[in-house]
Ligand binder design. Structure first.
Ligand code: T1G
Length: 686
């Protein structure tokens, strides 16, 4: 099937794009469109042209996969110039997503019809790019220029209705009538001799001040993002330059950004998320079981957050506690969360009631009833979990999926407490569970394919990003985080301050550094874990022993004067850490920011290599997605394993060798996979 077909309906040329899965404007589509436009223009019986598409997407934009290769003509701007030059009117018949270059095609048409479910947007900014085929010039000429600037800087799509209100869509047409209406509409426009070239307009000069006001806010909020600065430059050029000169500037900036490392990492992240979400290796015909009602065991911070995620998805949820007080606290916590969302205007009071109407809080495991999925979010203790699963085994309905939210523990051991290990797996949510995207879906050795697929489908139903991982202490994310935490403590003992450590990572792109994060979460959580597993972190242990547990005690790594949320350096903490260093016989010195950064990140990458060797994660992209969605790794750096390839594995291996020798810690020596790839001059992704 050719990617573009041309049919004629009583003098109207109908161009249909059919390039599954999302009608991306790859080279074959661009060439097919150019050919069809030429034919339609040359055909004297054709009065007007309609561009439509097959499938559930209008046009998803340029083919992002082509960006790393030299462009093949015709480029999208060349194609759109042909549409613009054509004397016959063009009508875009949009059904589905019209994104990026897809919306640019529609904007170059003279008229735009869309079905109610369509979405229209210019998301290039999320790929570190800008619209590169006239979008920065046509949109501000079509709608309010300040609204156009904000729409391009945010990159979020508009619904068809919102797009019609803005003036992007001329009419909203029911899907079943779209093509017929579009053909009739085109014929009428042809009869009127109507051409509406946006390239011949100029933005409303009266709106310039509003554009500058919006630009100032956007540049402040998005400081450091070159693609946002470029969009502002292009919208300003719409007022100051001819369409031709401004589109030349746009193209120049687009091509520069396309080669920018930030954009390459953002494009990698886009595909990595889709790769990680691919269906895992399962038996032919295996399918997820329906999940209509769930039970959450434990209504604490995690349990309530998980319950909110299900309630937000409209799924009936029972939260089960051990006593009435616990059940009431869970109900209050969940209701309070929704009330603050109402107060902030994020949801309406009615939506709050709708969601709470799906919630029941009960006492006793026997209340799991007919839940299709049970998520255990009880105390992080193996005996407690085994007891719960043994009971669930007896009372949960047959083939109910029994998931544990454990962050670290052995899911095989938990499953062994039941007579149905095939129904058991891990669903490791990240706090706050109703906000964080990531769910590590832990496939235990006996987990059935249906159970696995059910958990994956459920995570997607919650609008979350599931990544399948294997059983191992801390699975993927927390296991790598532990290596970073060890270095945090070691760096503190060796002389780095909490501020220097945090600054190394915030400068790298994290929103918050590990010391501030520890103070926020409470230093006692990991302290308790260390004591339970016989591990030590002399600096953090000393702070905890001094009652410095973080924000909750007004002091931890930092001091929080007057219970403020912003910590300040505290000489008392430094004194405690120095004393701990002396007890450990560790000499202190000034440590450079680069060494701090390398020591925080390279051991994590090394652990990621071991995780791949052990098969706990299937692909490097899975590890990157876990860190993007579970730990807020800066998206424009792609993820730890992507970053490793950029740094070069040989460089990382050499630094790890040095660290291992300095710290007399064999576990810091390069993992086998990392060392062998480094020797071969390869990367994790090559
Ligand atoms: N290019 C190449 N492949 C794409 C693609 C694209 N634009 N969009 C999606 N895919 C692949 C995706 O990798 C997956 O592949 C499959 O299609 C289904 O995608 C010149 C420069 C359209 C809302 O940023 O937002 O135009 O895993 O799982 O959930 O100015 O895809 O099956 O092998 O996401 O139904 C701007 C990106 C490009 C839109 C559909 N456009 N795509 O969501 O399916 S730059 C975008 C999406 C540009 C111009 C500029 C979504 C979707 P696989 P999916 P979905």
């Amino acid at each position: 099937m050719p990617p573009v077909t041309l049919e004629k309906r009583n003098g109207i040329a109908l161009l249909i794009i059919d390039n599954p899965p999302v009608n991306a404007l790859g080279h074959a589509v661009r060439a097919g469109l150019a050919e069809s436009i030429r034919a339609a223009e040359a055909d004297g019986t054709v009065e007007a042209i309609v561009i439509a598409s097959a499938g559930k997407t209008f046009i998803a934009g340029a083919d992002i996969k082509e960006f790393n290769a030299p462009p093949q003509p015709p480029s999208l701007p060349e194609l759109l110039a042909a549409i613009d030059a054509c004397k016959k009117p063009f009508v875009a018949a949009i059904d589905g997503a019209a994104l990026g270059g897809g919306l640019e095609v529609a904007l170059t048409c003279d008229f735009r019809l869309a079905t109610p479910a369509s979405t229209l947007g210019l998301p290039e900014v999320k790929l570190g790019l800008i619209p590169g085929a006239g979008g920065t010039q046509r949109l501000p000429r079509l709608i309010d220029p300040a609204a156009a600037l904000s729409m391009m800087a945010e990159g979020n799509p508009k619904t068809a209705e919102a797009a019609a209100r803005l003036g992007i869509v001329d009419e909203i047409i029911p899907a079943e009538n779209l093509l017929d209406v579009a053909v009739t509409f085109a014929r009428q426009r042809a009869a009127e001799g109507a051409k509406r070239r946006l390239s011949e307009r100029t933005p409303a000069s009266a709106e310039r001040a509003a554009v500058e006001e919006a630009a100032t806010k956007i540049l402040k909020k998005r400081a450091g993002e070159p693609q946002v600065e470029a969009i502002v430059r292009c919208v300003r050029a719409a007022f100051e330059e001819s369409f031709k000169d401004a589109t030349r500037l746009e193209r120049e900036l687009f091509l520069q950004l396309k080669e920018n490392e930030r954009s390459k990492a953002l494009r990698y992240a886009f595909f990595a998320e889709r790769e990680a979400a691919r269906k895992p290796q399962v038996a032919e015909g295996a399918a997820p079981r329906p999940v209509k009602q769930v039970a959450i065991i434990g209504g604490g911070t995690m349990g309530s957050g998980i319950a909110i995620a299900f309630l937000d998805a409209g799924i009936a949820t029972t939260v089960i506690e051990t006593d009435e007080a616990g059940a009431s606290r869970a109900a209050e916590r969940i209701s309070g969360n929704y009330q603050s969302a109402v107060d902030r205007g994020r949801i309406s009071a009615e939506q709050k009631e709708d969601r709470l109407s799906l919630l029941k809080t009960e006492v006793g495991l026997d209340k799991v009833g007919q839940a299709d999925l049970v998520v255990e979010a009880a105390f992080e203790d193996m005996a407690v979990k085994r007891e719960i699963f043994s009971t669930l085994d007896r009372i949960a309905k047959p083939r109910a999926v029994l998931a544990t939210n454990t962050s670290y523990l052995d899911v095989n051991e938990i499953a062994a407490a039941t007579a149905r290990p095939e129904d058991v797996l891990g669903m490791h949510f990240f706090s706050p569970a109703n906000i964080m995207q990531l769910v590590e879906v832990v496939r235990a050795s006996a987990t059935s394919d249906e159970t696995l697929l059910t958990a994956i489908a459920t995570a997607k139903m919650l609008q979350k990003t599931p990544v399948v991982v294997g059983v191992g202490h801390g699975f993927v994310g927390n296991r790598m985080l532990a290596r970073r935490s060890e270095q945090v403590d070691r760096l503190l003992l060796e002389g780095a301050s909490p501020s220097e450590i945090d600054a190394a990572l915030t400068e790298f792109g994290f929103k918050m550094g590990p010391c501030a994060m520890g103070d926020l979460a409470g230093l006692d959580i990991s302290w308790r874990m260390r004591k339970a597993t016989g591990r030590r972190a002399p600096a953090a242990d000393a702070l905890c022993e001094a009652g410095r547990l973080g924000q909750k005690t007004g002091r931890g790594y930092y001091l929080y004067p007057d219970a403020s949320r912003k910590g300040v350096p505290d000489p008392e903490a430094e004194t405690i850490i120095q004393a701990a260093a002396e007890r450990e016989g560790i000499a202190r010195r000034t440590i450079s920011r680069q060494e701090i950064l390398q020591r925080l990140i390279y051991p994590m990458i090394n652990e990621g290599a071991r995780i791949l060797e052990e098969g706990i994660a299937e692909r490097p992209a899975d590890i990157d997605v876990i860190w993007l969605h579970g730990y807020a790794w800066p998206r424009w750096r792609g993820g730890p394993m992507y970053y490793a390839d950029q740094m070069g594995l040989a460089t990382i291996a050499a630094e790890l060798e040095r660290l291992s020798t300095d710290q007399k810690d064999e576990s810091l020596a390069p993992a086998g996979l990392l060392a062998s790839l480094a020797r071969e001059g390869k990367g994790f992704h090559s």
